[in-house]
Design a protein around this ligand. Structure first.
Ligand SMILES: [Ca+2]
Ligand SMILES: [Ca+2]
Length: 131
């Protein structure tokens, strides 16, 4: 989501340095925001740059480029930038639990439960880091 101080009336395109943009639209409920959905499922161990170009607002202003940057690291369930024993321990501690709003990061394969396949994915990705 890109938030602006004025109502956005249009933009040229949205793009991502990894993955593909699935949709990009001005929020129908809040014209101060542009919503960009990116499928980055094949991206890992990298910083991803998402940008929107050619923005215009209802005040006659234009902006060439707005961007957001975020790190994508598969199996980093505690979000510290490295996959290690702490992530293994976190998944192991909640194993057999159904996924909920508190433990959803531990459900690495997003199958609705914290389980053995999640543990396997974390182990396979150990020592991976963000750049
Ligand atoms: Ca981690
Ligand atoms: Ca799972």
């Amino acid at each position: 989501m890109f938030n602006f101080g004025t109502n956005v009336t249009g933009f040229n395109e949205a793009n991502s340095s990894c993955g593909s943009v699935m949709s990009a639209t001005i929020d129908p409920d809040n014209a101060h925001s542009v919503l960009v959905t990116v499928d980055a499922s094949d991206c890992d161990q990298e910083t991803i740059l998402v940008y929107v170009s050619g923005l215009q607002d209802d005040q006659g202003n234009s902006l060439d480029l707005a961007s957001v940057r975020y790190g994508k690291l598969i199996a980093d369930v505690n979000a510290d930038g490295v996959v290690n024993f702490a992530d293994v321990g976190a998944v192991r501690a909640d194993r057999t639990q159904a996924t909920n709003q508190n433990n959803f990061r531990l459900d690495v394969n997003a199958d609705g439960g914290v389980n053995t396949p999640d543990l396997a994915i974390v182990r396979q990705n150990r020592r991976h880091t963000l750049p």
